[in-house]
Ligand binder design. Structure first.
Ligand code: NAD
Length: 482
């Protein structure tokens, strides 16, 4: 069992001042596999001080040089692939193939931002065409400064890559707080920083929970930029903290995303996308398309086929290659989903014939459930559940589907399954969501963008926008020579 009582600050392992630890568990075996310190605000002070000391040097490296370091992170992750996938699987409970996909996505993200760091060199001092005569204006981009990065537990290595890679590319130094629920995979990032000889203080990792570290990090006046992924209540607290000192903040929050299936959709494709949209990672996805709006003429067929594919899921040991459904991440998440199932019973929701798969006798497993004809007033329809629970409604028209889809406090993602691709894109254009997938699985390539509208957050990660989130723009104007 590992004991994570040390932070990584200034390229050294530093013992936390806190004496209290939390259990880190294997959600399949329900056993403690590690302990992690709750952290202490004074530990955050040390990490921020190290990041501030390192900032001038890191900022002054060329993008080319920073890109080389970021490429080296990608390579070092690749070299650890087998062990990291296994560690993620044990700490998070997700099936091995999903953990492997996470790592591939994280590596692709580092590689992409290594290229963006290099491209930044070429863009510095670009002339801006302002239409003014007699003046020349140029644009420069500078790092925001020290970035405080906070991530959740559902896609640990991916969420950190989406923040760390662009922050380093931009020339920011960072203090990173991983989720206390899944701190094990992230430990590798500190080991890698040492291995690739990243300059001291550029990357600092402080373990802990929200009270011990999160609040101190977000309140710290030495932190210029906050990037947070997690729940809405904490996101609002982070935004409130960022208000002091008018600091830059990016928020990736929750979702309650819709999937629309029109009457001309290919039923096989629809079933595949609906299942993946709510059961991948046992439904613990911010982008889970957990509200199904299916045309009434296809609804019965779709439900019948959905029941069949749910029955084919293989719950079991996430380390076993045959497993397609893992447990939820911990007891707290399990209880939370059970509360929703109790609410469904109280509300008298119709669970249709969803087969309950034979679940292992240990592990925080929840059998996927499809509730049909769920009223839009139901808590299950409106709130993010973060478990393999699908709420479905039949619709009579595209207009009805769009109205119901957009009637949500969130706007993170959406899927459309339609026979006619042009119709799918037309529907996509009417949806209030940061990412819409038409007739395809949820993908988030690093060159695209990720983020939500409405309650799903502020800003975009990935792509150029993801880099810009860690940059300030400076315009310099002078008389032209002639
Ligand atoms: P959470 O908000 O409980 O915790 C997220 C992180 O914030 C953790 O590291 C936690 O320790 C820290 N934290 C807790 N309290 C804090 C405080 N007061 N100040 C600062 N930091 C604090 O979320 P979670 O349960 O870990 O993750 C699930 C949530 O994350 C879901 O709501 C999900 O939708 C969201 N999420 C969103 C995205 C996205 O891209 N939009 C991606 C993944 C997860």
């Amino acid at each position: 069992m590992s004991t994570l009582t040390r932070h990584f600050i200034d390229n050294a392992w530093v013992e936390s001042r806190a004496t209290r630890c939390l259990d880190v568990i294997d959600p399949y075996r329900e056993t403690r596999i590690a302990e992690v310190t709750v952290g202490d605000p004074a530990d955050v002070d040390d990490a921020v001080a190290a990041a501030r000391r390192a900032l001038p040097g890191w900022r002054d490296h060329s993008g080319e040089r920073r890109g080389a370091f970021i490429d080296a992170i990608a390579e070092a992750l690749e070299a650890r692939r087998t062990s990291l996938v296994e560690l993620s699987t044990r700490n998070n409970g997700k099936p091995r193939a999903e953990a492997d996909q996470d790592l591939a996505d994280a590596i692709a993200c580092y590689r992409y931002y290594a290229g963006q760091a290099r491209a930044l060199d070429a863009r510095q001092g670009e002339t801006v065409d302002t239409g003014e005569t007699g003046l020349v204006s140029r644009r420069y981009q500078d790092p925001v400064g020290v970035a405080g990065l906070i991530t959740p537990w559902n896609f640990p290595l991916v969420s950190s890559a989406w923040k760390l890679a662009p922050a380093l590319a931009a020339g920011c130094t960072v203090v990173f707080k991983p989720s206390e629920v899944t701190p094990l995979p992230e430990q590798a990032l500190a080991e890698i920083a040492l291995e690739i000889e990243l300059p001291p203080g550029v990357f600092n990792l402080v373990h802990g929970d929200g009270r011990g570290v999160g609040e101190a990090l977000t309140a710290h006046p030495g932190v210029d930029k906050l990037s947070f992924t997690g729940s809405n209540p904490v996101g609002e607290a982070v935004m409130t903290a960022a208000a002091r000192g008018t600091r830059n903040v990016s928020l990736e929050l929750g979702g309650k995303s819709p999937i629309l299936v029109t009457e001309d959709a290919d039923p096989d494709l629809a079933v595949e996308l609906v299942l993946a949209g709510f059961a991948y990672n046992a439904g613990q996805m911010c982008s889970a398309t957990s509200r199904l709006l299916v045309h009434e003429s296809l609804a019965d067929t779709l439900h019948e086929r959905l029941d069949a594919v749910i029955a084919d899921l293989v719950p079991g040991d996430p380390l076993d290659n045959a497993t397609t459904l893992g447990p939820l991440v911990n007891a707290a998440q399990y209880e939370r989903v059970l509360d929703y199932l109790a609410a469904a019973e109280q509300e008298g929701l119709d669970a249709g014939n969803t087969p309950v798969s034979a679940l292992p006798d240990h592990g925080y497993f929840i059998a996927p459930r499809v509730f049909r004809d769920v009223p839009t007033t139901s808590r299950l329809w409106r709130e993010e559940i973060f478990g393999p629970i699908l709420c479905a409604r039949r619709v009579a028209s595209d207009d009805e589907a769009i109205a119901l889809a957009n009637d949500s406090a969130f706007g993170l993602a959406a899927s459309v399954v339609a026979g006619d691709p042009a119709r799918a894109e037309t529907l996509a254009g009417r949806l209030t969501a940061g990412n819409v997938w038409c007739n395809t699985h949820q993908v988030a390539p690093p060159g695209l963008g990720w983020g939500g509208m409405k309650g799903s957050g502020i800003g975009r990660e990935l792509g150029r926008a993801g880099l810009d989130a860690y940059l300030e723009t400076r315009y310099v104007t002078r008389p032209s020579a002639d």
